[in-house]
Ligand binder design. Structure first.
Ligand SMILES: C[S@@+](CC[C@H](N)C(=O)[O-])C[C@H]1O[C@@H](n2cnc3c(N)ncnc32)[C@H](O)[C@@H]1O
Length: 270
């Protein structure tokens, strides 16, 4: 076994990271081996995983999400009211989605009124966002793919999808290991680019270039968790506009209470 494999095995055996998709564990093991001597590499790999995954998933109680899915299974064929109530309970498990709840329905209505109803959606680094599908007003037959890097979350989402009209599908996929190849109408990249940049500087531009989509919906938080603005919207705005201008891409902007959305793919008409 080479040092990369040894570190991979240690990460895979750890309580905290055993559910992270194997591509990610491999990638982070390689990242650590390149930078640290073998004695320090495991610790460095765990620190990196904490930064890009743990900080998000630690606060998300996946046992509680599992309980919610078991409750649904107990009901057999839950109706829309029950499904929505379950989805709301689940989405409150993480700030990123919880903060979006007050304007979620309005946002999808505004978005699809502007860009038209999509036939295929790809939700990258999706977190809990796929539980908001019942508020998207999607027509029958619309395809929805949701990717992230936690195996438990992907199976909970797939279980939830079984109750919806579909075809919807969630799977483990690390953006930094393989850039998405799916041809779709819309890609959601919600509150994700800063986290990806921490893992690979310059990935945002590379990713936007690689995506095969009519529209890419990119969002950033505009307030911190404590509700303070702290110049976040300006900072992220300069970051994304720098990229879009360099790539000569058009966009329009939609702003809600604590999140700013850049919809890329149209000529800028503001
Ligand atoms: C701040 S959360 C955003 C979640 C969701 N998009 C939302 O706005 O509700 C960032 C997400 O990025 C995911 N993530 C981090 N690195 C990733 C990678 N390399 N490939 C795919 N997903 C990744 C994390 O697991 C986490 O779910």
């Amino acid at each position: 076994m080479n040092i990369n494999d040894i570190i991979f095995q240690e990460l895979k055996a750890s309580k905290k990271y055993k559910y992270v998709c194997e591509d990610t564990l491999n990638r982070i093991a390689g990242w650590a081996v390149e930078r640290y001597d073998p004695k320090k590499a495991v610790k460095a790999a765990k620190n990196k995983l904490h930064q890009v995954y743990g900080a998000y998933f630690e606060k998300m109680n996946l046992d509680k999400i599992r309980e919610q899915m078991e409750k649904l299974a107990g009901i057999g064929s839950p109706d829309e009211t029950v499904l929505k109530a379950t989805a709301l309970t689940i989405m409150k498990h993480h700030t990123s989605t919880a903060e979006r709840l007050p304007f979620m329905e309005q946002f999808y209505r505004d978005l699809f009124a502007r860009i038209g109803k999509p036939r295929k959606i790809l939700d990258l680094a999706c977190g809990l966002n796929p539980f908001s599908v019942p508020w998207m007003g999607l027509e029958a037959g619309v395809e929805y793919f949701a990717f992230d890097i936690d195996t438990r979350l992907m199976s909970a989402i797939n279980e939830f999808f079984k109750y919806l009209a579909g075809p919807y599908m969630a799977r483990c996929s690390d953006i930094l290991v393989s850039l998405p190849q799916e041809e779709v109408d819309v890609v959601f990249l919600l509150k994700t680019l800063p986290c990806l940049e921490q893992q690979e500087k310059g990935i945002s531009e590379k990713l936007i270039k690689a995506l095969k989509a009519k529209y890419v919906v990119i969002s950033f938080p505009s307030k911190s968790l404590t509700g303070k603005a702290k110049g976040m919207a300006g900072h992220y705005g300069r970051f994304i506009l720098g990229i879009l201008e360099k790539m000569r891409l058009g966009y329009f902007k939609m702003e809600y209470a604590n999140e700013v959305f850049y919809i890329v793919g149209e000529r800028n008409d503001e």
